[in-house]
Design a protein around this ligand. Structure first.
Ligand code: GLC
Length: 541
């Protein structure tokens, strides 16, 4: 892989800046807080996590109706996060740590307080009127069509009293949709991309990359709306032109990349965002793992399906959590113990091994590396309209009141396990989740099969997801036991051709299992909730 393709071998780490580290005691995380913790992310040694890139969720000026996904100035930092100079310092320090930085780009909508929208709504003849999507009321005075906002549930149209027309907002009324049919909007947003590229960012995470354009005739969506419906309000064919133009822009800078949030539930459609000639997104987020129950065959199918759907030359990616869904640690918990028992943690270890050994770029959500669970957020402290507070609670750095996140009052409650589950407690404990993440990531860096090898899943007993990765004559078997009971797996046919009886255990999720030892493959015995990486003898040896 060339250096231009660094994003194929990189491990990415998502930082939700409000919740990572607060440097000034106001209870909200900020950019200097991130800068102060870069050694945790990568200090060049296996004592650190070893991630290669961070994606920082929005830190732009915002009234925070959607906590930064409502942007009031695309080219400035909100004071709660710091200043542009703080951003430049963060970027420089990250690059010194060999960490690339991608920033969030939110093209579909701005804040209703953005000066563009303030102008746009001021009169029907304002030059910026057409920068947003305005339409006359239906004959009965109601909304122009049946489109619904993604949240809160309801019409995607709000009537503006001043001018008597409705404006489109696919999310909150405070997030009016920009009109991407207007070339001025395209030019202005491209200039925004250049602004950040010229500052030195390594790329973008593109918010709702499948939206932006809708039916120019504003026809109704089919009813009832199903996953398969041909929607009129998203995934519009010409959106691919926009992605092609951005790809050309990024490529003109040499080594920059984009990963798009294509939140469509039909994987075939997600795959199209790579472009027929690999000329659109470098990566389209593969969210299939966010929806799977903790069942081995479900993960195998999701993986095999994404692998098979990708256009030739396109590169897969995987993620277990982000700021919009409950944390994997909590999702995978057996509900019996209310999400706090060992099962969730043990499964999260298996999930970590899966994430970091599959063929494709892994995205880790902050806190996953310590097995952080969702926080309990009592109703009186709930802030997000969509109920996404639990997974956005602050990073747990250390024991104590503010969990090392803040010296002030944290904007969201600290998780109830923070005194036990934190970076300080795990830093020197090889058996910890952090120890496991570090081993996996640093092993991956030196492994041709894991970085760029082929992928082939194997038939395995129920409850086991097993696959082989091969490159340069080296083969690794990954076997993941999704059950609470030990599993036996006849893995002697794992490598094509030669029947092998023994392999070499490179890694295990089980902190007490011996690694760096020979092991039988006929059968391979896996402990409860155990995943292993086993090196198979090289062909011909
Ligand atoms: C994306 C973001 C989400 C946000 C929404 C609207 O889905 O991930 O957090 O609320 O877009 O911008």
């Amino acid at each position: 892989m060339s250096d231009r393709e660094w994003w194929k071998s990189a491990v990415f780490y998502q930082i939700y800046p409000r919740s990572y580290a607060d440097s000034n005691g106001d209870g909200v995380g900020d950019l200097p807080g991130i800068t102060a913790h870069l050694d945790h992310l990568n200090d060049g040694t296996p004592h650190s996590l070893g991630v290669d890139a961070i994606w920082i969720s929005p830190f732009y000026r915002s009234p925070m109706a959607d906590f930064g996904y409502d942007v009031a100035d695309y080219r400035d930092v909100d004071p709660v996060f710091g200043t542009l100079a703080d951003f430049d310092r963060l970027l420089a320090a990250a690059h010194e740590h060999d960490i690339r930085v991608i920033v969030d780009f939110v093209p579909n909508h701005s804040s209703d307080r953005h000066p563009w929208f303030v102008e746009s709504r001021s009169s029907r003849t304002n030059p910026r009127r057409d920068w947003y999507v305005w339409a006359d009321p239906a004959p009965d005075g109601g909304p122009p069509n049946n489109w619904q906002s993604r949240f809160p549930i309801g019409s995607a149209w709000t009537l503006d009293g001043t001018t008597g027309q409705y404006y489109l907002h696919s999310f909150l009324a405070e997030q009016p949709d920009l009109n991407w049919w207007n070339p001025e909007v395209r030019a202005e947003m491209e200039a925004t991309l250049r602004f950040w590229l010229d500052r030195g960012v390594d790329g973008f995470r593109i918010d709702v990359a499948h939206m932006m354009l809708q039916d120019p005739d504003l026809r109704d969506n089919p009813e009832p709306l199903t996953i398969e419906s041909r929607r009129m309000d998203e995934d519009w064919p010409e959106v691919h032109e926009i992605h092609r133009s951005w790809r050309r822009l990024l490529d003109s800078y040499g080594d920059r990349m984009a990963v798009g949030e294509v939140w469509i539930l039909v994987p075939e459609r997600v795959a199209r965002y790579y472009g027929e000639a690999n000329d659109e997104l470098h990566l389209a987020f593969n969210f299939s793992f966010l929806r799977q129950p903790w069942v081995a065959s479900a993960f195998r199918e999701a993986t095999d399906q994404f692998e098979s759907l990708l256009p030739v030359g396109a590169w897969p990616d995987y993620t277990l959590s982000n700021h919009d869904v409950h944390r994997a640690r909590s999702r995978y918990d057996s509900t019996a113990d209310g999400g706090r028992g060992p099962a969730g943690l043990a499964r999260a270890r298996v999930a970590a091994m899966m994430l970091l050994t599959l063929r494709g770029t892994p995205f880790i959500y902050f806190g996953e590396e310590i097995g952080q669970a969702d926080a309990e957020v009592p109703p009186e402290r709930a802030l997000d309209v969509e109920g996404r507070d639990p997974e956005r609670a602050p990073m747990q750095w250390a024991p104590g009141a503010g969990a090392g996140f803040t010296t002030g009052d944290p904007w969201l409650p600290i998780g109830s396990e923070a005194d036990r589950v934190n970076v300080a407690a795990q830093r020197d404990d090889p058996a910890s989740m952090l120890g496991l993440y570090r081993r996996l990531i640093w092993y991956r860096k030196g492994s041709a099969p894991l970085l760029r090898g082929s992928y082939r899943s194997l038939d395995a007993p129920e409850g086991v997801f097993a696959f082989v990765r091969e490159a340069d004559g080296e083969s690794l078997l990954v076997a993941l036991n999704f059950t609470d009971a030990a599993a036996r797996f006849d893995a002697d046919g794992a490598s094509d051709g030669a029947v092998e009886r023994r392999g070499h255990v490179e890694l295990s999720t089980d902190a007490v299992r011996h690694t760096d030892v020979e092991v039988s493959l006929a059968p391979l015995i896996l402990g409860p909730n155990e995943g292993v990486v086993v090196r198979l003898a090289q062909a011909g040896t």
